[in-house]
Structures are given as structure tokens and as C-alpha cells.
Write a protein that binds this ligand. Sequence first.
Ligand SMILES: Nc1ncnc2c1ncn2[C@@H]1O[C@H](COP(=O)(O)OP(=O)(O)OP(=O)(O)O)[C@@H](O)[C@H]1O
Ligand SMILES: [Mg+2]
Length: 308
Amino acid sequence: MAQSSNLARLIINGKSAQIDEVREAVTALREEGHALDVRVTWESGDGLRLVREAADEGVSRVVAGGGDGTVNEIVAGLMAVASERRPALGILPLGSANDFAHGVGLPLEPQPALELALTGRVHDVDVARLGEDCFINMATGGFGAEITTSTPVALKRLLGGGAYSLMGMLKAWRYQPYQGALSWPGGELTTPLFLLAIGNGSQAGGGQCLAPAAKLDDGLLEIVIVRHFSSLHDMRQLLGEIERLPADGEFVRTIRASRLSFRSDTRFPLNLDGEPRHLQHFEVSLEPHAIKLSMPGASRLLNSPHCP
Ligand SMILES: Nc1ncnc2c1ncn2[C@@H]1O[C@H](COP(=O)(O)OP(=O)(O)OP(=O)(O)O)[C@@H](O)[C@H]1O
Ligand SMILES: [Mg+2]
């Protein structure tokens, strides 16, 4: 069935299904006349199936209710639907970090968030494919994967402590660099890696803005490659470079490319929109303008933002 309807469907993580403000927001939008129905996930994989069902039933807009992991699964579900039948996407942020929602500049209160998800203007945004997975926000690897899976509070404390505490923690963790061979259109690099961030969106790890120039609609990924270091002196230099993100620094290299190929000597820890993976080899490519996302026109993640 073609998606000509005004049917909207909220697919919500079961963890958040009984929150009073969420129930009130759904009721309020129905009272405004929106045809909104709700499906609840129980476990991993449900989001994928529920998106497929929504598309088969002619739903025109799917709202992902949950954290970054839920958004990731709903996006993967949308990407599995043929583009001409693919519903648009709205987001009701209900996670602990909500990095994608923060980056986009979505409202975080359930009622305004659901209102925007259903009624906002849609913008075509890119989606990254990494093997069988997708990500819409950011993939982080190496130490980046570790920090984006730790809690925002622990991370803030750690980074707030500066180079000395970070060095101590790396020693305590016995952090070993991963040898990475990277190539992209126009360049290649083989280096011991401390951190890799591949941004379609800009922030991960509970507010860490690792790819500040990334845009969702420019057909490019902002890729930040951080080389490993061995002394406190090097680490200070590295932290300084991370602040500035030079194109070709001593430790930090920042690239904008539509694809990236990566190979390591062991399985490399990766985190895709908050979902952990371990891969020795991967290819990332971008599918331009793959999803219609309901978002503020003035979002700083749009290449050509426009006010409503
Ligand atoms: N009913 C449920 N209870 C618990 N977990 C669920 C349920 N339904 C789905 N999941 C799992 O929850 C994960 C997604 O969680 P999500 O990212 O939405 O929340 P979060 O981790 O709390 O938020 P954030 O990523 O912002 O910290 C997925 O891996 C999914 O498999
Ligand atoms: Mg981009």
C-alpha cells in the first residue's frame, strides 16, 4: 500500500511505555485530531518488525520513542523498506542520553517532542550504512567506543579531570591501541588508533561533541582519527588538538568523506548510535537523503538551515 495516509505510529521502547507524560501527550495529540496509534517493543528486533508492519499498513510517519538505541533500530527498519514506501521519521526522546535528539535540537519534553514528531516539517537526511548495520548519528571506535558506552556522569568527571586522570585511567584499563588501516576517497592512513569517530550527526557519549561540523544532509561524514600516544606530554598535545580538530595535526586528523574503509589486526570495538559491535574490517558508506526526518528547520545539523 502506498503511504498516502495521515496515519502516524509511535513505536516505543517498553521501558518507557507507562510514563504518565507520554500517555498524556498521546491523548492530547489524538484529541487534536491526529490518527496516532502505538506499538510497544519488548526486546531487540521488535522495532525492525514493527516498522515493516507500519510500512505494510500504509503508515506515513513512524515515531521512535526511546533513546539512541531505539532510534537506531527504527532507522534500520526504515532502511529495510523500499524508499518509495518508506514512512517519514519522528523522534520522541526517552533515553538516558538522547545524543541524536540533543544534536538535532529536538524538544525533550514528551508533549512538544511528540507534537513536532507528528506535525513538523520533514527534511531529507543521510543515513550511514556499515555492513548490515546502519547509523544515523555517530559511530565511535577504540577508546571512543569505551567512552560512549560509559555513563555521561562518569565521563564528565573523567574528562573534567584533564590529562593526568585520563592517563591514569588508561593505565588502569591497560588500554591497548588498535592498529587501523583506513582509506577514503582521496587518502589513506595506517596508524595505532586511540579513537575513531565517524559523524553523520555531531555528538555521542552523553554530550561529547566529537564531530562538530557534521551535517545530516550534506552527503558527507565527518571522520575524526586520533592516533595513540604514550606520554603525558603527548596526551596534553592530543587533548589540545581534540579541541581544535585540525585537518592534519600531529595526533588528530579530521576528514570529510562520503565513505571509509577500515581494517584492523584484531576485532575493533565500535559503537553505532549507542549499540556495541566488534569488527575487524568494515566499510562505511552514506546513503544521501535516505530518510525524511521531522526536525526544526533551524537545526544546526542542517547544511542549509532555514527558519520556519
Ligand atoms: N521493553 C524493553 N525493555 C528493555 N529493553 C528493551 C525493551 N524493548 C527494546 N529494548 C532494547 O533497548 C535498547 C534501546 O534502548 P534505548 O537506546 O532506547 O534506551 P537507553 O539505552 O536507555 O537510551 P540512551 O541510548 O539514550 O542511553 C535496544 O537494544 C532494545 O533492544
Ligand atoms: Mg553529513
